[in-house]
Design a protein around this ligand. Structure first.
Ligand code: IVH
Length: 677
């Protein structure tokens, strides 16, 4: 396939132009949250750049937008010495302490007052980003303040970190600092997917962000939806503005994501008012903050004040009170999830925590309950972090009376009495009765819910009624509801019925990833659904995929592959898919992943062992070039790659006259296209 340019010089110019455009649109989308072009137009720009880079790999630059997700795993992080230490902050836990800090600082600086910049204290992890001639060259964790870990490749995957600055004259070399964090919604989603997979949960978004940024495989980091707020200029080779406030504006102009809630005040009283406002407002923003950082604006004053130990005298963390409380654990109840999972949760004596009354809290799973030694009747610590579901942190052991009872999971499903199993290696037990009403209800509400088919008007109450009246047995039946059927329900009027029918109709056109997610396959959350939709492009192809094919998709582990494979082999699944098809639900990727690449349209199969790389790697590289890969040789197979000790596929290929290639030829092919296996 041609990339449209006859020579490398033209291509270089075109690639540069495309990079500038993509960077600009990334900035509009990820930093300003104000996109100007459609996703399709954006994808088109990226595809054009990828095509050029596949033809002329020598044109790939480390900060090309295409390199944000392509990084290779590393064995360990190298160590970076910070040119200027990353400091921590002294805390003030109430307004008296804040006041004391202010007075002390005024005395030391020999002034009566100073201007202050108030910033949200983001609950994430500090990073230091180095830029050279306008390009991002290095990113590191704080570490011990003097030495951190080099996590450059992982940070490239955070799309709001500029790879190239938007300024013609940035300092030749400088470092900015900021906080990498995980938005609350992403944290919730990640944890619920981990719970589904029986994996350990992250305690809070900060741990999740830290765990994600320190992944040896950048592709894992890329899947974690991290973001950054830049809050400080570290060091710089050239002159800087005279105040912190002006510096933040300057950083913003260069394309950094600077928090919009940062304000500058001339007096301390305004800071206190601001704090009181934010004690409430903190729950309304999409990331966690645990206080405010109050900084002296004037760099000259900052310099005069200097440091004590690891803490600057010119800033203080004005912390919010923690949102924990203690109460009595009355009972442990079980809620049956859509996949049949038995989820234990705590029924509590109502308690006010951070202005909200908590009556229930999650307990994750039986292992977690045992690990924390939580017993019925215990006085427990409960914690609320923003909008996330309250959690039981653990028992207050000093309050034990001896009357507390250890908890045992019920041997049968508490809703239908059906058999319960705990698959090996998983933390959850599942009810395996396919007609368990609790599962049917959860599945239906999941199917019609926001992240799935998104059928507005069909809330939980209507779902329950539809199941109860037998109008719906499984989610696919929703597509056979009619206005007349709906009107037989109590309290259903013609206007609502029409609206629901119209919404059901509209939901038939949801993207494939949403449909896959809606099916409620165990271990398939929205991110995995997205990967599967992109990889297979249609539900039929996904349903037909072999176990090996599934498990070689990047991002799909063996557990997910097995779950997907088993799901599509069930009689019941087949029936549902048939119904969905009959109803006209869209089952193809509306806008299939632009499958560019020089091997587009060709199918490769590999047999035997390869010397240079695992088979899965070879398949991944072939797919990167646009080829599809298969498990078995069919008439449609274009090429069979034969390694050491090939299997029966070789005879099949000879029989069909399929083109056969040895490993050396495969390596040469990959190299021709700029890949180094
Ligand atoms: S300024 C000396 N600004 O809080 C200046 N830090 O407890 C220290 N943090 O390590 C950094 N939001 O990870 C600053 N707006 C903000 C911040 C912030 C969060 C973190 C940062 C630092 C820790 C100190």
């Amino acid at each position: 396939m041609s990339c449209g340019f006859d020579n490398v010089y033209e291509s270089r110019n075109a690639a540069e132009e495309l990079r500038a455009q993509i960077n600009h649109h990334d900035y509009l989308y990820f930093v300003l949250d104000q996109p100007e072009i459609s996703d399709a137009q954006y994808d088109d720009l990226r595809l054009r750049l990828q095509t050029i880079e596949a033809h002329y790999p020598e044109l790939i630059t480390p900060d090309s937008p295409t390199q944000r997700v392509a990084g290779q795993p590393v064995a360990a992080f190298s160590i970076v010495e910070h040119r200027l230490p990353l400091l921590s902050l002294a805390n003030a836990f109430n307004s008296d302490e804040l006041h004391a800090w202010y007075r002390r600082t005024c005395n030391l600086a020999e002034v009566d007052s100073f201007a202050l910049v108030c910033e949200p204290k983001i609950d994430g992890l500090a990073v230091a980003l180095v830029f050279e001639n306008g390009h991002f060259v290095q990113g590191a964790t704080r570490g011990d303040g003097l030495r951190g870990e080099n996590i450059t490749e992982n940070l490239r995957t955070i799309r709001s970190i500029p790879m190239q600055l938007r300024s013609d004259h940035p300092p030749e070399r400088f470092e900015v600092r900021g906080e990498v964090y995980m938005p609350k919604a992403a944290f919730e989603r990640l944890n619920s997917e981990r719970a589904d997979r029986g994996e350990a949960l992250f305690a809070n978004p900060r741990n999740a962000a830290a765990g994600s940024v320190r992944q040896l495989d950048p592709r894992v980091t890329a899947s974690r939806k991290l973001d950054i707020w830049v809050y400080q200029l570290g060091w710089s080779d050239s002159a800087r503005p005279p105040t912190h406030w002006e510096t933040l504006n300057w950083l913003k102009e260069m394309g950094f994501r600077v928090n919009p809630h940062i304000v500058r005040y001339d007096d301390l009283e305004s800071v206190k008012r601001h704090y009181l406002e934010w004690e409430e407002k903190r729950h309304q923003i999409e990331y966690e903050i645990d206080g405010l950082v109050v900084k002296i604006d004037d760099f000259a004053v900052q310099e005069r004040l200097g440091y004590v130990g690891r803490e600057p005298r010119w800033a203080v963390a004005y912390k919010f009170p923690p949102i924990q409380g203690t109460t009595k654990l009355l009972r442990i109840a079980i809620n049956v999830g859509r996949t049949g999972s038995l989820n234990p949760f705590a029924i509590l004596e109502p308690v006010r925590v951070g202005g909200v009354v908590i009556k229930q809290a999650t307990l994750h799973n039986e292992d977690d309950i045992r690990r924390k030694d939580i017993r019925v009747g215990d006085t427990v610590i409960v914690q609320r972090a923003g909008d996330v579901i309250p959690q039981v942190v653990g028992p207050v052991l000093s309050k034990r009376t001896g009357k507390e009872r250890k908890f045992k999971m019920p041997p049968r499903c508490p809703v239908c009495g059906g058999e319960v199993v705990r698959p090996e290696g998983e933390a959850m037990r599942y009810c395996i009765n396919p007609s368990c009403p609790a599962q049917a209800f959860r599945w239906l509400t999941h199917f019609v819910g926001g992240g799935a088919m998104d059928i507005e008007g069909l809330g939980e109450q209507w779902c329950a009624v539809l199941l109860e009246k037998g109008l719906v047995e499984d989610p696919a039946d929703v597509y056979f509801l009619t206005r007349e059927k709906l009107l037989t329900l109590e309290r259903m009027g013609p206007i609502l019925a029409d609206k629901i029918i119209a919404n059901i109709e509209a939901s038939k056109k949801r993207p494939l990833a949403r449909l896959i997610f809606a099916l409620g396959i165990r271990h398939v959350g929205s991110e995995i659904a997205e990967i599967l939709a992109n990889e297979f492009g249609s539900l039929d192809k996904l349903a037909a995929a072999g176990l090996h094919e599934l498990s070689t998709v990047p991002g799909i582990g063996p557990k997910i592959a097995e779950s997907v494979y088993a799901y599509f082999r069930r009689q019941r699944t087949r029936r549902i898919i048939k119904k969905l098809k009959r109803a006209g639900v869209q089952m193809e990727q509306e806008r299939a992943r632009p499958k560019g690449g020089p091997l587009r349209g060709q199918t490769f199969v590999i047999t035997g062992t390869l010397a240079a790389m695992p088979r899965s790697k070879a398949e991944e590289l072939l797919r990167f070039l646009g080829a599809s890969t298969g498990d078995s040789v069919t008439k449609k197979t274009d090429c069979l790659v034969v390694g050491f000790q090939p299997g029966s596929k070789l005879q099949k290929a000879e029989q069909y006259g399929t083109k056969i290639m040895n490993e050396d030829e495969l390596v040469a092919l990959l190299r021709r296209h700029g890949l180094r296996p």
